[in-house]
Write a protein that binds this ligand. Structure first.
Ligand code: ATP
Length: 145
């Protein structure tokens, strides 16, 4: 079966580098599904959930905007920030959400309001990805021998 080499990088570090089956990315105009042999494409990413399928198993990541370059067998995502579910600090995201909601009430300053809306979207995306993780059914505990 054909695969895709996926690399996710930020300005600071390499976040993810694996050979995967498919990707669903938050494109600026909606979700973009990428399978092997996809046509060449460069696009802007929105803040949202990135879903990676590898060996039939799905992993979600929170992505905070950036660019995606697609070639038939490779995808590079240059993200402003990206976190896997298990890397997300839920308390921090809740605090960021509360701050952003408060800042969004400052209706007089358009720039501040846009910044607050972007921060709100980042925090809600992180909470969505982190909560999906905690809702996932766990394996039953092993009996102690
Ligand atoms: P905050 O106000 O909490 O810093 P933010 O949305 O302004 O949130 P970003 O500027 O998007 O944060 O990210 C800065 C760095 O912090 C990035 O490396 C990002 O991965 C990380 N980060 C932000 N929020 C969280 C979180 N809730 N859990 C884990 N890492 C986070």
């Amino acid at each position: 079966m054909e695969k895709i080499k996926l690399e996710i990088v930020t300005a600071e570090k390499l976040i993810y580098s694996e050979v995967v089956d498919s990707i669903v990315a938050p494109g600026i105009t909606g979700e973009l599904g990428i399978l092997p042999e996809h046509a060449n494409l460069v696009t802007i990413l929105d803040t949202g959930v990135l879903t990676i399928t590898k060996d039939g198993e799905e992993t979600d990541m929170a992505v905070s905007g950036g660019y995606m370059e697609v070639q038939p067998h490779s995808v590079i995502i240059l993200a402003d920030a990206a976190e896997r579910a298990d890397e997300i600090d839920i308390d921090r995201a809740e605090a960021a959400r509360a701050r952003a909601e408060e800042a969004a009430k400052n209706v007089g300053d358009l720039d501040a309001q846009l910044a607050a809306e972007a921060a709100l979207k980042r925090s809600l995306t992180r909470l969505k990805v982190a909560k999906k993780r905690s809702n996932r059914p766990r394996k039953p505990a092993q009996p102690i021998a």
